[in-house]
Design a protein around this ligand. Sequence first.
Ligand code: C2E
Ligand code: CA
Ligand code: CA
Ligand code: CA
Length: 279
Amino acid sequence: AKGSGRGQFQFFSREMNAATHERLLLESRLWQALEQQEFELYLQPQIDLASGAVIGAEALLRWHHPELGTVGPDRFIPIAEESGLILPLGEWVLQRAIGLLGHWQTIGLGHLRLAVNLSARQCQGHALPAQLDRLLAATGADPELLELEITESAAMQDPEHSRALLQQLRARGISVAIDDFGTGYSSLSYLKLFELDRIKIDRGFVKDIETDPNDAAIVSATIGLAHALGLEVIAEGVETAAQADFLRAHRCDEAQGYLFARPMPAADFERAAGATLDG
Ligand code: C2E
Ligand code: CA
Ligand code: CA
Ligand code: CA
């Protein structure tokens, strides 16, 4: 019996690759992490391309793991989605983000918009509008300055349900942006179905905008399409001045990316945004 047990262990340890090992390590700590307040929202500025002014930020989740250091959302959001933690975690994100909006009103930054990512799970069911009402009422934050980012694929899991949900959000004055536009392998018909404010062009199309004529064509056509539909456009992942120039020349409204700033702690963002106002 001892021998076969040992054989099994060897089998598992050989099969258990680094990715599986990390996954188990993260999953076992995720629930605790919420209680221990190990999560933080980083903010990445969003820029008006015509004026260069900061018009707001996107909230991006970070996990300060006691042993692993700061862990990015690509490593733990998928695990949180599967384990169901994404619901309490998503609610924490909304509470923190809406709290920040309320705080900004008191420190002279009440003109800034804050965009928050929603997971597919948060769009299912009927809890979200009441949750938002409660958080907005508790903080006095202006719903007009809250934007929710929903990926094409999340919205298309149940198009009718999403249509009704987005309508409820917009009835509250909350803005809705379609995230990772063009990567969801869905037809454009949802642009007719959903009430939207903004289209967010995925980083994948922006990356080679200067060298790949196909990407350049897709980006300029997306901007034209959005404007023709009365929507605004923001480009993500802008890293070079040449990319920003291209986007500005093609009348893209807003941009976000390392060229302007990396995601940063809220206090740093507030300091930078406040300094811009003073100067
Ligand atoms: P996303 O919504 O597409 O967010 C943009 C990602 O691109 C962020 O990665 C951001 O840090 C990164 N980024 C920004 N500018 C640049 C740039 O110039 N170059 C490059 N290479 N990357 C740039 P991050 O923070 O690691 O987030 C990854 C994804 O995790 C997000 O992709 C989003 O899908 C998800 N996520 C982040 N926060 C949340 C959250 O609070 N809730 C949910 N459900 N998902 C979140
Ligand atoms: Ca996003
Ligand atoms: Ca609005
Ligand atoms: Ca993206």
